[in-house]
Design a protein around this ligand. Structure first.
Ligand code: AQP
Length: 337
């Protein structure tokens, strides 16, 4: 009899901490779509993560629904993937508590993201901000995910996931799948701020000219690219060390066109930065227009979005509960049997 091979599980999430940027799209969401046929995918709106920095409650609710609609508008198919909201599945918090007891403060305080966010939110350096990576570890391990598609900025957190999975398995016996990072070809790109190419593009950046959101209309997109920081040469060449601004624009251009860097360099050879920025802006704006339209259509149908979330919650909770029960048994919690 032919053996039916189960598809590998894959988990990823995006925080509803603001309007999603083209950095989130290039580093995460477009890969969600590319992977959904080949793997058993679970994708979450990470609201528990989002509150590690101060969120306005009404905006958080709005952003959660908006991100769910964006996933679907970008092509994530709720018939093929489990799409859910993180706080709807309590097992994420429950597993985090257990994993906290095998995590050392030094492992968390040296995380680049913790240091960056602590500096950025100096008035609110809370325990949740420090514990963020353990919650992320729980997100992944709960679903026994073999693969985690992430942007290059999240590699440290994935390392911690592997370390904690191995640590728990060594202490209590085989429990968790030790996941691998998944960086589909051309996706390792870290998209940088248009206003300061030394910093990553972030949706919570206080300078709105630094990021392009998936909701920006054509005029806004063109304006932001027109203002993008470049350099004093007039040569479109990929050289992230000496020409970080231009290289970032080339990365964005190739991500949206599928062209290679060499092709793009040839295309803009002899052209000024004005033409180059306009071409990048138009490419991005044209790509975003249909997504924006579809998202608006979905947001007008809240009943449908709620139903997708409910179905996702049930499917996610079923898998999560199985892992959590195993963990509870292994650590010695009395379960009555
Ligand atoms: N600039 C980026 N380039 C490439 N990938 C990126 N990602 C984020 N920014 C970039 C990827 O997007 C996914 C979801 O990220 P997130 O929302 O969970 O958290 P984040 O990485 O902290 O994203 P932001 O935009 O910087 O959010 P804020 O400003 O709220 O902290 C991840 O897979 C990430 O790699």
């Amino acid at each position: 009899m032919e053996e039916v091979q189960a598809k590998k599980k894959l988990f990823s999430a995006v925080q509803p901490s603001g309007a999603v940027t083209i950095g989130n799209y290039i580093g995460a969401i477009r890969n969600f779509v590319a992977l959904q046929d080949e793997y058993d995918c679970l994708y979450a709106v990470a609201d528990l993560h989002a509150i590690t920095v101060r969120q306005e409650p009404a905006a958080l609710r709005r952003n959660t629904l908006s991100l769910m609609a964006l996933f679907i508008a970008c092509g994530v198919d709720p018939e093929k993937c489990v799409l859910f909201v993180q706080s709807h599945v309590p097992a994420h918090c429950e597993l985090t508590w257990v994993l906290n007891t095998i995590t050392y403060p030094g492992e968390l305080s040296r995380m680049t993201q913790f240091k960056d966010k602590s500096a950025k939110h100096a008035d609110n350096v809370n325990m949740g901000l420090m514990d963020y990576p353990v919650l992320m570890v729980s997100d992944i391990l709960l679903y026994q995910a073999a693969l985690v598609p992430i942007g290059a900025d999240q590699k440290q957190h994935l390392e911690l996931t592997r370390d904690l999975a191995i640590r728990f398995n060594n202490r209590y016996g085989a429990t968790f799948t030790v996941p691998e990072g998944y960086f589909p070809k051309g996706s390792s790109a870290r998209i940088m701020s248009l206003a300061d190419p030394a910093r990553k593009m972030s949706k919570s950046d206080e300078n709105p000219n630094g990021f392009v959101t998936m909701d920006d209309d054509k005029d806004t997109v063109l304006r932001k690219f027109k203002r993008a920081v470049t350099d004093s040469e007039a040569e479109v060449r990929y050289d992230p060390v000496n020409k970080p601004g231009v290289s970032n624009l080339l990365t964005i251009y190739t991500a949206f066109t599928g062209k290679s860097t060499e092709e793009a360099e040839r295309e803009f050879a002899g052209k000024g930065y004005g033409d180059f920025k306009l071409a990048v802006g138009e490419t991005v704006a044209d790509a975003l227009a249909p997504v924006r339209e579809e998202k608006a259509r979905l947001l007008a149908d809240k009943g449908y979005l709620n139903a997708v979330m409910k179905r996702g919650e049930e499917a996610a909770a079923r898998i999560a509960r199985r892992t959590l029960s195993k963990v509870y048994r292994k650590v010695g919690f009395y379960t009555g049997d």
